[in-house]
Design a protein around this ligand. Structure first.
Ligand SMILES: [Zn+2]
Length: 275
């Protein structure tokens, strides 16, 4: 792939939603941040408000990992204590379902384009915040659960305390922002077909569906972290009215409903962009 000559935003798709914890949710912080109490597994909190939140990076990383497995992508790139899939070759990147949407490390520079998807941090909804203030909880907005693991050799029980946001809590409004690009190579050949960029939005919807079937945060095999997307609202900003008039595209009650209308949503956005 040769260098990008022109890169132009064709439009931005905004996916707003709320995320409901159907079971207790534990998105972890570090025990080091907790001064007292000896909690082994605290949740991550906003330092300003002390309320639990879900970092956009946690949500994005989880959805990426589910899609990598769904599409059978080989994990080849070490990151923290795990490996993720990254296209190291420009030709592979062009047709990859995951990398253009979720991004590749900045040091790879083979004509890869900006990451299409950004995921905003997700805060406890105002409604949940008020509801939880009226309920006696172990810590502000959370409950403490003791989980026991058994040592396979000595049969000794090792209890540990786990902090989690109780089932029923709603986070939001959340936002995915998906950018549609058009790019040309220095020799004039098209590098990114904006039609294909719109189609790739379907990968995000699939990832949302996969997350509902899986779990968010820690201890999913113990039942934690079942979530549901709710009140999904999709709008598009493009063209001369970019700043003044968001175009309503679709609404859905959950990811399943969103996935059922995936092709209609894509076609509608392509039509608005004249593609
Ligand atoms: Zn890839």
């Amino acid at each position: 792939m040769s260098d990008v000559k022109t890169l132009m935003v064709q439009g931005r798709v905004f996916v707003e939603y709320e995320l409901r914890a159907l079971t207790g949710l534990r998105v972890g912080g570090t025990s080091a941040g907790i001064a007292i109490g000896g909690l082994d597994n605290p949740v991550i909190r906003d330092p300003l408000t002390n309320r639990p939140y879900i970092p956009g990076s946690s949500l994005k990383g989880k959805i990426r990992s589910l899609l990598e497995k769904h599409y059978g992508k080989e994990p080849n790139w070490p990151i923290a204590r795990t490996k993720i899939h990254v296209c190291t070759d420009g030709e592979d990147y062009k047709d990859c379902e995951v990398c253009p949407v979720f991004g590749v490390p900045a040091e790879l520079n083979y004509g890869n384009l900006p990451t299409r998807l950004l995921v905003r941090d997700l805060h406890l909804s105002e409604e949940s915040e008020k509801a939880m203030e009226g309920v006696p909880l172990d810590r502000p907005y959370t409950e403490i659960k003791t989980e026991v693991s058994i040592d396979r050799i000595t049969s000794q029980a090792n209890p540990r305390t786990v902090e989690r946001v109780p089932a029923g809590a709603v986070f939001g409004p959340g936002e995915f922002v998906y950018t549609i690009y058009k790019a040309t190579e220095a020799n004039g050949n098209p590098l990114v077909d904006p039609r294909q960029d719109v189609e790739r939005l379907g990968v995000l919807f699939e990832g949302m569906g996969l997350l509902e079937h899986d779990y968010l945060g820690g201890m999913g095999s113990r039942g934690y972290g079942k979530v549901r997307f709710e009140k999904i609202r999709i709008t598009l900003r493009a063209g001369p009215d970019y700043f003044t008039k968001p175009i309503p595209i679709d609404e859905a009650v959950d990811a399943s409903e969103l996935l059922a209308t995936k092709s209609e949503i894509i076609a509608k956005i392509q039509e608005h962009l004249g593609l």
